[in-house]
Design a protein around this ligand. Structure first.
Ligand code: SPV
Ligand code: MG
Length: 431
């Protein structure tokens, strides 16, 4: 009997999957690969069912003889392990980033023998509806809120991109690249105080109030499913912070990061060039504890941001604050630096990890931008935030377009630099 292999990465079975199994069954014994969570989140939607639940669901399908786990999104290992006579797949993976997966299947089948069978991808209203249901489910507060904690467990580094609008949210949600033959995408979104304020033409001094920040978050949430980390500035008055924690949880935000500064907050990238005051350990611990007491769900995270290195207060101060904040209930620590060299970040992480192996560490490598995610992960970092690069790339592009139109008194000259709107709107979902 011939062996037929297909890989599934879905939480809901639709006509397309049934069709694949029927076609596979005609060719021989059907083995379905359930893609592991770690592989699945790199290019597909986040799972709403556990791997065990997915395996059971696939096992219960008519025509399926065996279910195995596919650990890697590429087919090299699984084909070597199973040596199937056929790999069967819908013909929808020939173009775009997914073609890297197809290439790996072709390569593996060439090496070990076997044939790729592609069948026409099923595009009917039922399939589209399943797709929509899955997406809608993931955007619900209870799914979105807990996803950050799940990602911290699943990924070596949770890659987080700054967003400040529906459109930037869509970019964070949908950008997928193929690199080294594998697919990759961002895991989470950062609603930066700097970029949210800048988008509104305001300085980053806690002037844009919480109602306005919540409006931005809502715009992002309307069109995305990925988890959101809010830059909560200083958290404001403790008496206000507790209310905001409740609101953020209810909306489905996964984490708020508050920084240990007090008085008029200025952006950290100014460091000691401007007057900035660090809060006392006691006050800041009290704020963290009050937030944790106000919280209703298990999943929401309050992450404490330490400004000691920014304000040149030294490593010992940074570390003693970190341990005190964790003791006060912080679910994570963000350590910030404005040095070009990541050495002080590495030193902090190594010393923190000597005593605390668990508490997630967050970093924002804006100044120390030569460091790789892999190096940060080796020093115990869990979440990396690319905090302002979308704003900084969009602004000069818009400014130069405005200048060129003004200089030429028409738009012809800039046209070659512009993306046709038809292309932009392919990103925007229609119901
Ligand atoms: C932000 O993005 O608003 C931050 C990070 O707080 S930083 O600008 O580096 O201070
Ligand atoms: Mg900020």
């Amino acid at each position: 009997m011939k062996k037929v292999y297909t890989c599934f990465c879905t939480d809901i079975i639709h006509d397309g999957h049934i069709n694949i199994i029927e076609e596979a069954h005609k060719l021989g014994k059907v083995i379905v690969g359930a893609l592991s969570d770690e592989a699945l989140i790199r290019y597909n939607r986040f799972p709403t069912k556990t791997l065990d639940e997915r395996i059971k669901m696939y096992e219960n399908m008519d025509g399926v003889d065996e279910v195995v786990i596919q650990h890697d999104m590429l087919y090299d290992d699984i084909v070597e392990q199973l040596r199937p006579d056929y790999v069967i797949h819908g013909d929808n993976w020939a173009q775009g980033p997914e073609s890297a997966l197809r290439d790996s299947a072709v390569r593996a089948l060439d090496k070990w023998g076997g044939e790729l069978v592609e069948i026409e991808y099923t595009r009917n209203s039922d399939v589209q509806k399943v797709d929509r249901i899955l997406k809608e489910k993931l955007s619900m507060p209870e799914y979105r809120r807990r996803r950050l904690r799940q990602l911290v467990k699943m990924c070596p580094v949770v890659k987080t991109l700054e967003v400040h609008s529906g459109l930037t949210g869509i970019i964070a949600e949908k950008t997928v690249v193929a690199r080294d033959g594998k697919l990759d995408q961002f895991d989470a979104m950062w609603v930066s105080s700097l970029c949210d304020s800048t988008a509104k033409g305001k300085p980053d001094i806690e002037l844009v109030d919480m109602s306005s920040r919540l409006r931005t978050i809502d715009d992002v949430m309307e069109v995305t499913t990925k988890p959101i980390i809010l830059d909560g500035d200083t958290g404001g008055l403790t008496e206000h912070f507790v209310y905001n924690v409740r609101t953020l949880e209810r909306m489905g935000v996964s984490a708020v990061i508050i920084e240990d500064k007090t008085g008029l907050k200025k952006n950290s990238l100014f460091g000691t060039e401007v007057v900035q005051t660090q809060d006392t350990i006691e006050n800041f611990c009290a704020k963290i504890s009050a937030g944790k007491n106000a919280q209703l769900t298990e999943e929401f995270m309050i992450i404490a941001r330490i400004e000691s290195l920014i304000l040149e207060q030294g490593m010992e101060d940074a570390l003693s604050r970190a341990f005190a904040y964790v003791e006060a209930g912080a679910d994570g620590i963000m350590i910030h630096s404005r040095k070009k060299d990541p050495a002080e970040i590495f030193e902090f992480c190594d010393k923190f990890r000597e005593k605390d192996k668990e508490t997630p560490i967050v970093v924002v490598p804006t100044s120390f931008n030569s460091v790789t995610e892999e190096e940060l992960s080796e020093h115990g970092v869990n979440i990396v935030i690319y905090a302002n690069q979308l704003t900084r790339s969009a602004f000069p592009a818009m400014q130069s377009t405005a200048m060129e139109i003004l200089q030429c008194h028409r738009a012809l000259e800039v046209d070659s630099k512009l993306m046709p709107f038809k292309e932009i709107i392919t990103l925007i979902d229609e119901l």
